[in-house]
Design a protein around this ligand. Structure first.
Ligand SMILES: [Zn+2]
Length: 191
């Protein structure tokens, strides 16, 4: 049953809850990679998995915006796996249990993985949206950000086509709201 289903923007929280159900500690990102690859397939979006296991998904511009600069959303597939001492949690097998507490989404007994699950969820929600006007978009999801950044260091020249990179692995408050309103009025100049 959905715990976060009533939160808005719904698209973001839908993906975030799905991500909570997918074990994805650092160095064990296979299932998360599968999730974003399946997402790309389902939405008929071009995607590429590189040698180290990073994923990039590409979305063409909407009509009339083809000459805009390409914006890259950057996030990472892994999370920090930490459980309370009284909790028996296998991060390679078990789901994170999110709950709403006042104005906060928290996890019971473990880290929540908002870093960077919410960034990944925000990027996916934009990549699947049909009501936004935008130039070409890329979503980059690296592996192993939390324990060595081997994904980011393994990026090959030419893997990304974009001009402007937005880091969604940020501790800024209200990231998703800012991202959404920004995307809604992307007015970057023509290339
Ligand atoms: Zn992070």
């Amino acid at each position: 049953m959905s715990v976060l289903g009533k939160l808005k923007p719904e698209a973001i929280w839908h993906h975030f809850e799905e991500i909570c159900n997918i074990p994805h500690p650092s160095k064990h990102e296979e299932a998360m990679r599968e999730y974003v690859v399946n997402f790309a397939k389902k939405n008929n979006l071009e995607y590429e998995v590189d040698e180290v296991g990073n994923v990039v998904i590409r979305k063409p511009a909407t009509k009339g915006m083809e000459n805009r600069m390409t914006v890259i959303f950057q996030g990472h597939l892994d999370m920090v796996p930490q459980a309370n001492s009284d909790v028996n949690h296998d991060f390679k097998k078990h789901s994170i249990k999110p709950r709403i507490e006042g104005d906060w989404v928290k996890a019971t007994g473990t880290t929540l993985g908002a870093d960077n699950g919410i960034g990944v969820a925000a990027a996916l929600s934009v990549m699947e949206a049909t009501d936004l006007v935008h130039g070409p978009l890329e979503a980059l999801f690296t592996i192993d950000e939390e324990t060595g950044m081997t994904g980011a260091f393994g990026l090959k020249h030419g893997y990304l086509k974009g001009d402007i990179l937005m880091n969604l692995d940020s501790e800024a408050e209200e990231l998703t709201a800012v991202l959404y309103s920004l995307i809604k009025k992307l007015t970057f100049p023509p290339v």
